[in-house]
Design a protein around this ligand. Structure first.
Ligand SMILES: Cc1cc2nc3c(=O)[nH]c(=O)nc-3n(C[C@H](O)[C@H](O)[C@H](O)COP(=O)(O)OP(=O)(O)OC[C@H]3O[C@@H](n4cnc5c(N)ncnc54)[C@H](O)[C@@H]3O)c2cc1C
Length: 475
């Protein structure tokens, strides 16, 4: 393919004119694809989940091997180009796209190799959760990943990661054994608890600040292939009773059971009676990966009058994909979220009051139960930290553009979040939005931030990897 000279956004905020010969040299060094606007594959490469954060790079490299990542990182470093990395493109702040710059789209790197005897999976950095779940569940094994199967594993993992299995096995990064990563100097490094241990520590939550991970090795656990899981839904008139049951359930639940509470307007889904569509509902999403699920769920089933009860024995992969349709790519999304230490009456009242004022039929308020294995690690075991989290709560705004009420939807998220902030023990870097400032990113790491800045300075002193929730290298 022949690409002429091109202006590319630079690290210093200006533009670099990269000559046709230089672009040609990059094209010949890359075994995968080099794309510009209009090329086949371009639209997919630059599509991200949050339409509100959409940005377009000047050039996309789609590596087909680690050597391509090395070539692209060196090219960006040599020319001082703004560089970003796209895993699944689900980052809420839209950090996978380098505006006017060079974007590495990892989507050709989707190999998954499962070693069932060692209970390990080695996964290409372009995988979505469903690729990993599909391969591991063939062996009755699962990695600790998130609960929307279209999410990229790379961004989720480097930011910390949680899902239905977190109560049993900790953050995703607590189950990370090894990575291959290309650092800002173009070196390919292995990092694990023994080799490049400082880099590995920082990659366990430090986001895309340290380099481009090309493969992750996860420890797997025996889960499924079937679980007792699904959703149960009531009218929001019963929100206080359902919240009380949720508190009772989560405070006594075994770690095999994870429950999520959500308040929203009923979507026009076939599993909900048509007369409820658009009306406010409260629901629990549960996933029980152990024995005695029915007994453990008795407190939920005691509540009268559900509109729909979809909790059943089902494949783990079906549960992982159950919410995918509620999270299409392209609408505008705006989230605010906090980790919470417990469900005090004051917190639940604040949560409920915000939740019931929801303005958009696509927005929702969520409480996700996390307490368990993650709390048993030392506070500085990995940059992710947040070891005192027991729940995470989020006000998740969503609306299709253009929407004349978008300011109202945004205000609902911000106002509701303001009322629960006082209960927070910290925030999750992977749930930050584009207008969250550097202070909020630092706060996400709490006491681990200093050390993270030091490791950043050691591996990326020039802050080549800055299109992310940026950790400035310590001067
Ligand atoms: C619908 C939805 C559901 C979610 N559910 C969960 C959940 O259950 N649990 C949870 O923990 N989080 C969840 N998240 C948050 C999610 O973890 C982040 O949005 C994450 O950034 C998504 O990863 P990605 O690869 O798709 O992101 P991308 O947008 O592709 O990348 C985000 C950032 O990750 C970094 N990155 C990406 N690839 C690499 C790489 N190869 N090497 C180094 N850095 C890289 C870069 O800094 C990049 O800017 C959810 C998000 C959405 C939108």
């Amino acid at each position: 393919m022949s690409i002429g000279s091109i202006d590319i956004a630079a690290l210093d905020g200006g533009q670099v004119n990269v000559s046709a010969d230089q672009v040609g040299a990059l094209a010949s060094a890359v075994g995968g694809q080099l794309l510009r606007a209009g090329d086949a594959g371009w639209d997919d490469a630059v599509l991200i989940w949050n339409g509100m954060a959409a940005q377009v790079p000047a050039l996309v490299v789609r590596p087909s091997a680690t050597a391509d990542v090395v070539a692209a990182v060196r090219f960006a470093a040599d020319h001082g180009l703004l560089l970003s990395v796209k895993g699944g493109g689900h980052n809420i702040a839209g950090t996978s796209m380098a505006p006017g710059g060079l974007t590495l789209d990892m989507s050709l790197l989707r190999d998954v190799a499962v070693d069932p005897a060692a209970k390990l999976a080695t996964v290409g950095a372009g995988c979505l959760i469903r690729h990993v779940d599909g391969a591991t569940q063939e062996h009755g094994l699962a990695a600790v990943l998130g609960f929307v199967s279209e999410t990229g594993v790379a961004g989720l993992t480097v930011g910390g990661g949680f899902g239905y299995l977190t109560r049993r096995f900790g953050w995703t990064v607590d189950n990370l054994e090894d990575v291959e990563v290309v650092t800002a100097d173009g070196q390919v490094r292995t990092a694990n608890r023994d080799e490049n241990a400082d880099l590995f520590w920082a990659l366990r939550g430090g986001g895309g600040n340290l380099g481009v991970v090309t493969r992750f090795t996860y420890r797997l656990h025996e889960v499924g292939p079937t679980v007792t899981a699904g959703m149960i839904v009531w009218s929001a008139e019963h929100v206080d009773d359902v919240m009380a049951a949720y508190k009772e359930l989560t405070e006594s639940a075994p770690r095999e059971l994870t429950a999520v509470l959500t308040v929203r307007m009923a979507p026009p889904a076939p599993f909900l009676p048509a007369e409820w569509h658009g009306k406010e509902i409260v629901a629990m999403v549960v996933c029980h990966s152990g024995e005695d699920a029915e007994a453990d769920l008795a407190v939920v089933r005691r509540l009268p009058g559900p509109i729909a009860d979809l909790i059943t024995q089902k494949p783990y992969v079906a549960q992982q994909a159950m919410l995918d349709a509620t999270q299409p790519k392209g609408p505008h999304y705006y989230w605010k979220s906090e980790f919470i230490p417990g469900l005090s009456d004051d917190f639940l009242t604040a949560y409920r009051d915000g939740a019931l004022r929801v303005t958009s039929p696509m927005s929702q308020s969520v409480i996700f139960h996390l307490a368990g294995a993650l709390n048993e690690h030392a506070a500085d075991d990995g940059a992710m930290g947040n070891r005192d989290a027991a729940y995470v709560t989020a006000f998740a705004g969503c609306w299709p553009p253009p929407d004349p009420r978008s300011a109202e939807h945004l205000a609902w998220v911000r106002d509701s979040w303001e009322t629960v902030r006082r209960f927070s023990t910290g925030n999750y870097v992977n749930f930050q939005v584009a207008d969250d400032d550097a202070g909020r990113t630092a706060a996400a790491y709490g006491p681990n931030y200093d050390r993270l800045q030091q490791v950043k300075a050691a591996y990326d002193p020039g802050n080549l990897f800055r299109v992310n929730r940026n950790v400035a290298p310590r001067p």
